[in-house]
Design a protein around this ligand. Sequence first.
Ligand code: HEM
Length: 403
Amino acid sequence: MFNPYFLMTFLYVALAVLGALDASLTHFQIMPVLAGLRWMRVHFITLGALTELAFGILPIIAALRLKLPIPKIRWDIWLTLNLGLLVLLLGIPLVNGALITTGGTLIFIAVLLLIIQLSRLRAPQSETPPSAGRKFYIAGLIYLLLGIIVGTGLWQGWSTWLQIKVPIEVHIHANNWGFMSLLFAGLLVDLYPGFAGRDLQWKRSITPIFWMMTLGALGLVLGPWFQSNLFSVPGLILHLSATLWLLLNVIKPLINQRGSWSAGMFHLVTSYAWILAPVLIAPLIILQVPGFPGAGIEQNAPQALIYGWVLQFGYAIIPLLFRRFFTADTQPRLGGNWFSLLAVHLGGLLLWSGIFLPESQAVLHGLAYGLWFASMLPIAYELWQIIHAGFEQGAAPAPARHN
Ligand code: HEM
């Protein structure tokens, strides 16, 4: 089935590849720093690749779960999202308020329309259970709405009238702990039985995990909003416990199942290590331990989180979804290989080493981005092959499975 979001996902993955190469060359001083590229590098991955994927796939997954026909592509939503992204890609490097507001507003409207589309999907028979993942998707998208409002206003002083104390952190937390975490959790809940060939360990834990993650994200957003650990600390504990519980649900059924541990499965599970890294270090920043490079961490940790966790999760899940909905390949297979696995983790380790070794930082960070660039190449190639195969086959899959 032709899905225009998949092409856009591929386009932004390709741009992310170039973005990492540019970052590497800039650190080695082979290329000058280009205005706006820092923003683009992160947002090619978050807004570009993964948000496009979410828009393309969530109505399909939710409909299949409810035993409804696959919904037609909503071109109005596609156009609104992609126009918004293009306008932002112009507006952010120019720091042009009118363009940033227009781009942010268009993306906001697209997300709102997607939420309405997802909420309106109803099962024909009342006994059909709702998609377990759908509530994660809708809650995640609501956090994205909040992240968009704060992100759009970041350089325009909106945080003053919104009374936000640390706006960049509110933006990052709403998008990462809110949107991305809930989106990924929902995808794991809905897709795991398909690609792992078995159920999650404790099915009844899904609802408490949902609430813990949703409320945890709220605490993590309100923490920097009011600059108060009274929100951040319980938020962090709730969110982290929910994440670990979800991961145990994933790992437990696969213990002693050596055949299940493909490189893709390792990508999926070990990507979460890069969420833990900043969390383990956070207390040292909060306590302002002398000699601890707090500023360096705030400057660089978001990048490690995006490449190590968000992008790496995408390495496994994007090819799986492309194969399933773009081609007639009925074998659910996660993406990635042992090289991409090694390179992406080594990149994360070098980036963090650079934070603690400021005198070697340029080289270490140059190498980190170089490794991230290399790790993306097999994925981009894999996606290209799937798209190619999809078009060759006349793009007519048989999405018969409901898990
Ligand atoms: C309309 C949507 C969005 C707008 C207008 C927006 C805007 C911004 C702006 C202006 C910055 C500050 C850049 C800087 O200080 O260098 C930023 C940073 C950031 N945003 Fe967004 N953003 C959007 C969506 C997202 C999404 C969906 C995510 C993640 C899921 C995200 C994650 C981040 C991260 C991690 C940073 C920090 C980057 C760094 O420190 O280098 N943003 N965003």
